[in-house]
Unconditional design. Structure first.
Length: 446
């Protein structure tokens, strides 16, 4: 027993490195007690990606994540967890004629966005961390669209777990709203009379409220949770290894970025020794990160609404993780570059992608494609570039269809979802309204 304790990998807070937790604890806590984000204390290495059982995505996940869960409560079930979480593909699809460009499609999961990977892994872990005598768990999630759908899908029908999805009433797309409100059972959706920031504030307030904490065990499924971030390393590992095997070159990734969870996963994969070259962060008009790389001043600000709405973040929380890894500006500048793409350029790129390559891109993926087009020619021609496609275009069909002049076909998984009835409860943007609404839920279902 004490041997297991000795070998358990530790994670430390980005704000105080003496605050550490094992993997299971870090998942259940979400945020470290000082408000910091958990990062690995040290990095296992997979040099050059050589050797090892790199087979399916699930096998890759088991191999890669084993050192992180070793000695902890999830060590024995890791392979079952990855088999359950990674049961859909993440193909690297070649694009165009020069043979140096490809797309990594991360939208083949149940809600058609990359957030399915992290949400499903987190749900599979939390379900196994619960004992027979655990208190019922309430997962609170504030969403501007994709996160809530992925989390609802991943936790739907899990015994002993309730999910409350909070979204800003009238501020998500009709397609997204369907995905947020079609679950029923243990998932309740709340249309909050307010903005996304109000939804996030409500979740934070609930966490700080003593009475809430007495009444129920709370967990957060937002992307600050290590249990959503670590599994995202897996598709970068698989994709970079497939490029390496085919071409013997490192893959360079262009990542559509908002809160930087997906980008940090890519950089962490490179840190583990996987064959990854340049990482480019493609932002929309929310330019906090590109401005920081240019000026060295970190200036978080209010977000502005754009076509690529899942990246409308003015104060990206995962920047803390990046700055812990690269404490000085010179290091961070050599580790990543960034660009900012306005709505007009996003529209133009969606049109061009369809016209020139027959690709239908969601606005987020189009941001990455535009960032690629803006790279200096010699950088484009010397690298093996992979555009990260974060969502299926049908999720944003209200934007995409008029630009390309045709309907976007619905994937099978969404056809089934869209056939379900929807329901949501409208609430005021205050904690008392949320508590009342949740209490009613409790008596209905149990
Ligand atoms: C969440 C999301 C992003 C942004 O990812 P981050 O990890 O927050 O940087 C990009 N595209 C889509 C479609 C998303 O849902």
């Amino acid at each position: 027993m004490s041997g297991a304790e000795l070998t358990e990998m530790r994670f430390k807070s980005t704000r105080d490195e003496t605050l550490t937790a094992g993997f299971g604890e870090a998942l259940e806590q979400g945020l470290a007690p000082d408000g910091g984000l958990y990062v690995p204390v040290e990095w296992p290495r997979f040099p050059g990606g050589a050797g090892g059982p790199w087979g399916s995505l699930a096998e890759t996940g088991t191999h890669l994540l084993a050192p992180f869960v070793e000695g902890g409560p999830l060590a024995q079930s890791l392979s079952a967890i990855t088999t359950e979480a990674f049961d859909f593909p993440a193909p690297v699809v070649p694009l165009g004629t020069n043979g140096r460009l490809a797309v990594l499609e991360l939208f083949h999961g149940p809600t058609a966005a990359f957030k399915d990977f992290g949400a499903r892994f987190l749900a599979a872990c939390l379900a196994r961390l619960r004992g027979p005598s655990s208190r019922p768990l309430t997962v609170l999630v504030a969403t501007s669209g994709d996160t809530g759908a992925a989390v609802a899908a991943a936790f739907h029908d899990r015994p002993g777990i309730q999910v409350a999805v909070l979204f800003p009433k009238g501020l998500v797309s009709p397609t997204q709203e369907r995905q947020l409100t079609c679950w029923g059972g243990n998932v309740r959706s709340f249309a909050v009379r307010g903005t996304f920031d109000d939804c996030q504030r409500l979740v934070k307030q609930a966490f700080l409220d003593r009475q809430w904490r007495r009444e129920r065990a709370l967990s957060s499924a937002n992307s600050i949770n290590l249990g959503r971030l670590l599994p995202q390393i897996v598709y970068y590992a698989a994709a970079s290894l497939s490029v390496w095997r085919l071409h013997g070159e490192r893959a360079c990734f262009i990542v559509p970025s908002g809160n930087l969870g997906n980008a940090v996963a890519c950089i962490w994969a490179r840190e583990l020794g996987l064959p990854i070259g340049n990482v480019v962060l493609a932002h929309n008009a929310n330019r906090t990160v590109p401005d920081f790389l240019e000026t060295g001043d970190w200036r978080p600000r209010a977000s502005v609404a754009t076509l690529a709405s899942a990246m409308d973040v003015g104060n990206p929380s995962n920047m803390e993780r990046l700055r812990t890894l690269y404490p000085d500006l010179t290091e961070i500048r050599s580790a990543v570059s960034a660009c900012t793409v306005g709505d007009e350029a996003i529209r133009a790129r969606i049109r061009a992608g369809y016209r020139e390559l027959g690709q239908i891109w969601c606005p987020h993926t189009a941001t990455a494609a535009e960032a690629y087009a803006r790279l200096p020619r010699e950088r484009r021609e010397s690298g093996r570039w992979v555009l990260v496609s974060t969502a299926h275009p049908v999720k944003f069909r209200e934007i995409v269809e008029p630009l390309i002049g045709r309907r976007v076909p619905l994937p099978q998984s969404l056809t089934e979802l869209f056939a379900r009835p929807t329901a949501s409860t409208e609430i005021e943007a205050d904690l008392a309204s949320l508590r009342n609404a949740l209490r009613q839920h409790g008596t209905e279902d149990h």
